[in-house]
Design a protein around this ligand. Sequence first.
Ligand SMILES: [Zn+2]
Length: 204
Amino acid sequence: MHLIPTQEEVVALLRETGALRDGHFHYPSGIHSNEYLQVPLALRYYQHQRLLSVGLSRLLRQNPEIRAMLGEVSIVVPATGGLPVAYGVCEAARAKQVYWAEREHDDEPMRFRQYVNPCPGEPVVLVDDILRTGSKLSELKQLLEASGATVLALAVIIYQPTPNTRDFGALPFYYLAKLEASYYADAAHCELCKRGAPLETVWV
Ligand SMILES: [Zn+2]
């Protein structure tokens, strides 16, 4: 394994742990796809969590501007699912702190815990296990910037773009592996449905 695991090494690890599955999947959004990825299945194993987080922190360190201020950087995640990666990156990069956003109900805006207030000018790196549509990370970025924090970069283990993925513009973006699944808007447009492949419904 390389110090920064390669795309092939990351994919092999995801397959070996059941985190990456081939088949015919129906997502809650209505989309059909030939691939399903659930990174927490790989993060169940401490050695994998550590290897992936350390790899991601090395990518961040390659940016001289970020490296120079790591000791002051907050690692912030859009939901508690990203915490294993966030703490791993924080430890390996010797960053300052970790905190996360959450929401009570799906229709409510994202917020931080009471008394967690980003400071004006606070340097932040947004972290998560995966970037798919980017909607949560985009909401988190807005929430932080509304408090005056400075978002320096975005770092995820897996980048799995969809036709609806948000554009983060010039924000430095780091990932260990990029997965390109086939997506179909619905059953009527799905090649796998046409072939009669058995369909599995996934929760998230
Ligand atoms: Zn289908």
